[in-house]
Design a protein around this ligand. Structure first.
Ligand code: FAD
Length: 404
């Protein structure tokens, strides 16, 4: 083996959590990130709901204490029917107080997590962070890997390591070069995200709300900011002109139809995104491993993508530490694949597909049954706790640990 370090491609939340977890256990890493210090914080708004299982992991690497004050605790979430609107069910994470030290969700945007995690990584003596460096290709043999990257000046750099981990997001070059299928489908419609300054709690909404409607379902979430703002998601028609639907007047009309108010909404931004439901056919080939969006992507309804990616990182870190520091056979990496791929398929994919279907259900009888089920679950503490164990991802971490 030429080097015992782990080369991580991508300083997103998943790559950085992996880097911190490994270096704090004595394994050296190099993180390669294409963005630079000037544009790293300019990324489009994405994840931000951090579930209890993830907060436990952040706590292990000293990240929780850094991000807590940058977001806020959200113990409650709601399901609403848009007609009315009518509150259908309220769930309170307090029911998980005997299951976790963190019986709440932390609303804290992905970019703040990346900023804090990057600062921590830079303080780790065993962590080298190469910003402004774009990964291009890699080779592997029985002894190790060599990653090839390019600096902003166009210079080629070659980085040797024992393993390479692709945390480069959904467009993973590692996955493509290894010819690993990204199995699944892409929804034809795109989701519209509107960032708006307006306190929706005055209408009875919680900090996190899922609102069902056959035509105009939505998600409504509060964020700490600055500025403190709400994120509202609506569906769009595949034939909609992106320029038209994102015009300020069109965005305002959409919000006014949802919740009429006098005067225009204070809209701070919007974007349209395509939703994929895909899982890589395998998460390991030799010395190359996939984590996070590189391994699986899903609808953001339920806030599971980043969370489950971070769970990949911690699961993989434990195995790499056992191999590199305790001489365990690297066959344990196949267990990483078995554990996390099964969770991606059976839990994350299944749950997020169900979540979208639930919100947009058209059949009145099925809608009614769904609503009755939700109400019954929320009103029975035993059922509600089981439901929360699934939505908080605590159940998926427990289930993964049982897979040999
Ligand atoms: C609107 C929206 C809302 C979402 N909300 C939630 C939520 O509430 N909760 C949740 O859990 N998930 C949510 N998600 C999903 C979540 O954002 C992703 O799952 C998460 O960001 C994946 O993290 P990652 O580190 O795997 O990849 P990324 O966050 O994509 O990071 C990849 C990193 O790799 C770098 N990179 C890429 N290519 C290269 C290269 N060739 N060389 C070097 N570096 C490279 C990128 O610059 C980036 O920094 C949401 C997604 C969207 C679109």
């Amino acid at each position: 083996m030429t080097s015992n370090q782990v080369v991580i491609i991508g300083a997103g939340p998943v790559g950085l959590c992996l880097a911190l977890s490994l270096t704090q256990s004595g394994v050296p890493v190099t993180v390669v990130e294409t963005l630079n210090d000037a544009n790293f914080l300019d990324q489009v708004p994405r994840a931000g709901t951090n579930h209890p299982a993830t907060l436990e992991m952040f706590d292990r690497i000293g990240l929780y204490e850094k991000i807590e004050s940058r977001g806020f605790r959200a113990p409650l979430f709601h399901y609403w029917d848009r007609g009315g609107p009518k509150l259908l069910a309220e769930f309170d994470h307090a029911l998980l107080r005997d299951d976790t030290k963190f019986p709440y969700v932390l609303q804290c945007e992905r970019i703040k997590i990346c900023e804090e995690a990057l600062a921590l990584a830079r303080r780790e003596p065993l962590c080298t962070v190469m910003m402004d460096t774009t990964f291009v290709s890699f080779t592997q043999d029985a002894n190790g890997i060599v990653a090839v990257a390019q600096t902003a000046d166009g210079d080629e750099v070659r980085i040797e390591g024992a393993y390479i981990v692709s945390a480069e997001g959904a467009r993973s070059i590692v996955r493509r070069d290894l010819d690993i299928d990204f199995e699944g489908f892409t929804y034809p419609d795109r989701t519209l995200n509107i960032e708006v300054v307006h306190d929706f709690r005055q209408y009875g909404f919680a900090d996190r709300n899922y609102i069902s409607d056959p035509d105009e379902w939505s998600n409504l979430f509060r964020w700490a900011g600055p500025p403190e703002r709400w994120r509202v998601h609506f569906p769009t028609d595949p034939n909609d002109d992106p320029n038209e639907v994102t015009k300020l007047e069109a965005l305002d009309a959409r919000l006014q139809a949802f919740m009429p108010k006098s005067g225009p909404y204070d809209i701070r931004g919007s974007n349209l995104y395509t939703v994929h439901q895909r899982v890589a056919a395998c998460f390991r080939k030799g010395r190359a491993l996939l984590v996070g969006d590189s391994a699986h992507v899903n609808s953001p309804i339920g806030g599971m993508g980043m969370n489950s990616g971070i769970h990949d990182a911690f699961n993989l870190a434990d195995k790499l530490v056992s191999i590199l520091n305790h001489h365990e056979d690297d066959i344990v990496l196949d267990r990483y694949d078995r554990q996390r791929r099964k969770i991606a398929v059976d839990h994350t994919q299944a749950q997020t597909i169900r979540n979208k279907r639930l919100l947009q259900e058209r059949d009145p009888a099925v809608r009614q049954k769904n609503q009755d089920d939700l109400k019954r679950t929320a009103s029975d503490p035993k059922l509600a706790r089981q439901f929360l164990l699934r939505t908080s991802l605590l159940q998926s971490v427990r289930d993964a640990a049982k897979i040999q």
